[in-house]
Design a protein around this ligand. Structure first.
Ligand SMILES: *Cc1c(COP(=O)(O)O)cnc(C)c1O
Length: 422
């Protein structure tokens, strides 16, 4: 398999017609090794962040043997690549047949739930199996997270004790408690708050947990979002675990998704047309740039000019449009690129390993990406593989305040279409 040293080599050799996921296996291995060395418990990879075959294989080869799956499709995928892996079905709402097949056909023993109805469903669908590990998912406040996951899942504090007690009585194997502090969580203390709430619920229920699962949410680095060191998250979790009312043998689990894969992948896109400060690309919000549209994240970019000549002019703020005919397919950025960027130029968009390729759809006939392996460094890294910060040319355009990206100085330009027109 060919490995490209730089994006320019790739452009010169292939002049790619479709968007290309430029992937760095080393970034995933290093992140996986870091978590295994520094998290004092079991690391489950949350497959939904990036279900690519190469990711699962790289994690498996780096020693990750546990996976957080949320659908039968993910169960089948991981089983096919890592037959020995331990799978935890951590979606609190599952179909009966998905539970039955996961249990009987794929050996899944760990299931999460946040209601009495789901508990009953799991018991029914497994023929009242006695060897289940049942994990009660608690709601969290979502404080400190850029993409909170609070409304959809999790038992509220007043419901949790009864559910914990019922779950404890339903299994002869392990009973656990879990939560998700929200994705791209910028505050380590969010984990401590959730763990102490979990501890209070356990005390009120009068039961011990065999597993404390702190979920995902570990951040990566993006422009305007530079988190505290990951070691700080580990310290906070260690201390909070010591403060919890649990027994000696209670296991600590985590389910990082984003953090293990975000750095690994850039997407190489091509400029098909320029209109002023708007660049029309061959990738967009129905492709790998979902968060650039819906969370308005200004991902870091680099210009790659096909003939290898240097671009001219100082960096200017641009916005992107994707290839589909839907006006939602717009990424406001700002993305800072040389003033003379033009049709035929390629743009490498960094930090798209998590929730990038995973989100692509086939809408309007677009959405297919090719994958190539790279051996250059990620655009930024919390694991020492690249710069820890992504600097933006005019630091005044963004400040990081109270975990929100505040845009002080929006780039001027045409109207921002809010309405859909297909
Ligand atoms: C999405 C998800 C994760 C991973 O979250 P990240 O923010 O990507 O780390 C972990 N656990 C569950 C239950 C999830 O739904």
């Amino acid at each position: 398999m060919e490995i490209f040293p730089t994006a320019l080599d790739l452009v010169r050799k292939q002049s790619p017609e479709r968007p290309v996921a430029m992937v760095r296996r080393a970034a995933v291995s290093v992140a996986a090794q870091w978590f295994q060395a520094n998290f004092k418990g079991d690391v489950f990879y949350a497959v939904k962040a990036n279900p690519s075959t190469w990711v699962i294989e790289t994690l498996r080869d780096a020693g990750i043997s546990s996976f957080d799956v949320a659908s039968l499709g993910e169960v089948e995928l991981v089983r096919s690549l890592a037959p020995e892996a331990r799978l935890a079905f951590m979606h609190p709402v599952k179909s009966r047949s998905a539970i039955t097949r996961a249990y009987f056909d794929y050996g899944v023993r760990t299931f999460s739930l946040d209601t009495h109805d789901e508990l009953r469903k799991i018991l029914d669908a497994t023929g009242n199996a006695k060897d289940l590990n049942l994990i009660v998912r608690l709601a969290t406040s979502g404080e400190g997270s850029n993409l909170p996951l609070t409304n959809k899942f999790g038992a509220q504090a007043h419901e949790a004790p009864a559910l914990l007690l019922a779950t404890r009585q339903a299994t002869q194997d392990l009973m656990g408690i879990s939560f998700h502090v929200g994705s791209q969580c910028m505050r380590p203390t969010a984990y401590a708050a959730a763990m102490s709430a979990a501890s209070r619920s356990l005390v009120r229920a009068g039961v011990f947990a065999d597993i404390v699962d702190v979920g995902g949410g570990f951040p990566s680095v993006y422009p305007g979002m530079v988190p505290p060191a990951l070691a700080e998250y580990m310290d906070v979790i260690d201390r909070a675990f010591e403060d919890m009312k649990v027994h000696e043998t209670t296991e600590l689990w985590a389910e990082p998704g984003r953090s293990l894969v975000a750095e690994s992948t850039s997407v190489l896109t091509r400029v098909e047309l320029r209109k002023g400060d708007a660049l029309y690309l061959n990738d967009g919000s129905y492709g790998t740039l979902f968060d650039a549209t819906h969370a308005k994240w200004p991902f870091p970019v680099k210009l790659v000019r096909a003939d290898g000549t240097d671009a001219e002019g100082e960096l200017r703020p641009f916005r992107f449009y994707g290839p589909t005919c839907d006006s939602i397919d717009h990424m406001p950025g700002p993305f800072w690129l040389p003033a003379d960027v033009r049709e035929g130029d390629y743009i490498e968009i960094g930090m798209l390993g998590a929730y990038g390729v995973a989100m692509a759809t086939g809408f309007n006939g677009y959405g297919q990406t090719d994958t190539v392996f790279m051996d250059d460094a990620p655009m930024a890294s919390l694991f020492g593989l690249g710069p820890r910060h992504i600097s933006t040319p005019r630091s005044a355009y963004d400040t990081y305040e109270d975990n929100k990206v505040v845009r002080l100085n929006r780039p001027k330009g045409g109207k921002r279409g809010k309405k859909r027109s297909k």
